[in-house]
Ligand binder design. Structure first.
Ligand code: ACO
Length: 329
């Protein structure tokens, strides 16, 4: 690292839409059961954004709470990053829409498309801008309206996803902060999870709509295998250089894709999942990038993270992408 500046999270916020979609509700839409969904994923319900509610609306609500938590005003922010794979539209970026809604013209703003690992990648980017001295405060928002790319006729995927947003303000801290960052990607496995149409390769047409190609397609089984292996490896890559073992970690706050993945990862790390893995997948399902952000905000809100604690964020998603970050709180 090029200087001793410590960078940490100085404010957190979250927003979840009011509307709850339970497993029982899904039983009326597709051929599934509450028992199957709970046993295979750990999900009981998820939140679904309103028709007129865009990703940027959820992002702004979460951002305002994070700013309040950091005791900052929108004008104190030097850079806005939005991690999302469900932007309001292709362009302008959702970050620019958020910037306008926050009333802070001229602040640089960009989206990053990293799927479920977006919050981790965003922290890594923010850390560098702050460490270099370029910016003082970075507003990072992870927001997803997964319901907008969900095929409500595909029982293999529609039971998994939910909508929501989490936000963090990053800045210099006196003690602790980000201790290590590990990021990775493997584009050769991009086929495992994608939305095939709507981009330059397959622009929207009557046939793409009829072919249901504007929805998320997933090879769940194959992804499951990679997720367990890669999340466990990422955790090691982030903790080993610091000499940390499972016992030294106060709490793992993972991306919430499937409770079975998280239990398997914890086991590989020698961590008791019941005590040291934060879970809220039962309430929200998989919110892609927003999952880790909301989980961190809730873990702190619930007093599960205390000053001096060593926490591990660990995520994996489409791309494939992955990342793990160790933070001393
Ligand atoms: N209800 C009832 N049965 C179902 C459902 C459902 N909702 N969905 C699938 N099934 C059936 C299948 O048809 C299959 O039936 P068959 O045996 O008769 O063929 C059976 O259940 C088993 O299906 P699998 O796909 O093998 O089930 P699995 O145990 O793998 O669970 C799941 C599926 C939950 C998707 C799991 O594979 C998973 O969590 N994968 C990883 C997801 C992930 O990590 N994604 C990356 C992050 S997401 C992002 O980046 C946006």
């Amino acid at each position: 690292m090029y200087n001793d500046k410590k960078v940490g999270v100085i404010g957190l916020g979250k927003y979840l839409p009011e509307n709850r979609l339970t497993n029982k509700d899904l039983e009326k839409i597709v051929d599934t059961t509450d028992e199957w969904i709970r046993a295979r994923t750990g999900i009981k319900e998820r939140r679904i954004a309103g028709d007129g509610e865009a990703t940027s609306d959820m992002a702004v609500s979460a951002a305002k709470k994070a700013l309040e938590d950091a005791r900052l005003k929108p004008k104190d922010i030097d850079l806005i990053i939005v991690a999302t794979i469900t932007p309001d539209m292709f362009f302008p970026s959702t970050a620019c829409v958020v910037q306008n809604k926050l009333g802070v013209d001229h602040v640089p703003a960009l989206d990053i498309s990293v799927a479920c690992s977006g919050f981790i990648y965003g922290i890594a980017i923010a850390e560098q801008f702050i460490k270099s001295g370029r910016y003082k405060h970075v507003l990072l928002i992870a927001a997803e309206k997964m319901s907008s790319v969900t095929d409500w006729k595909d029982r293999a995927t529609c039971v998994l996803m939910g909508d929501g947003a989490g936000a963090a303000v990053l800045g210099e801290v006196k003690d602790g902060g980000i201790l290590s960052v590990y990021l990775g990607a493997d584009g050769s496995k991009g086929e495992l999870l994608k939305m095939p149409a709507g981009g330059s390769k397959l622009p929207a047409s009557v046939s793409t709509v009829e072919g249901r190609l504007h929805f998320l397609k997933m090879q769940g089984n194959e992804l499951f295998r990679h997720a367990v292996k890669i999340m466990a490896e990422a955790a090691l890559k982030a903790t080993e250089p610091l000499g940390l073992k499972g016992d030294d970690i106060s709490l793992v706050i993972p991306h919430q894709a499937n409770v079975r993945i998280l239990n398997a990862v914890a086991k590989r790390m020698g961590i008791d999942p019941a005590k040291k893995v934060y879970l809220n997948i039962d309430k929200y399902g998989n919110m892609s990038a927003a999952s880790s952000a909301v989980a961190l905000a809730e873990a702190v809100e619930e007093g599960r993270v205390k000053k001096g604690d060593i926490i591990l964020l660990d995520a994996f998603g489409a791309g494939l992408t992955w990342g793990a970050i160790v933070i001393k709180w």
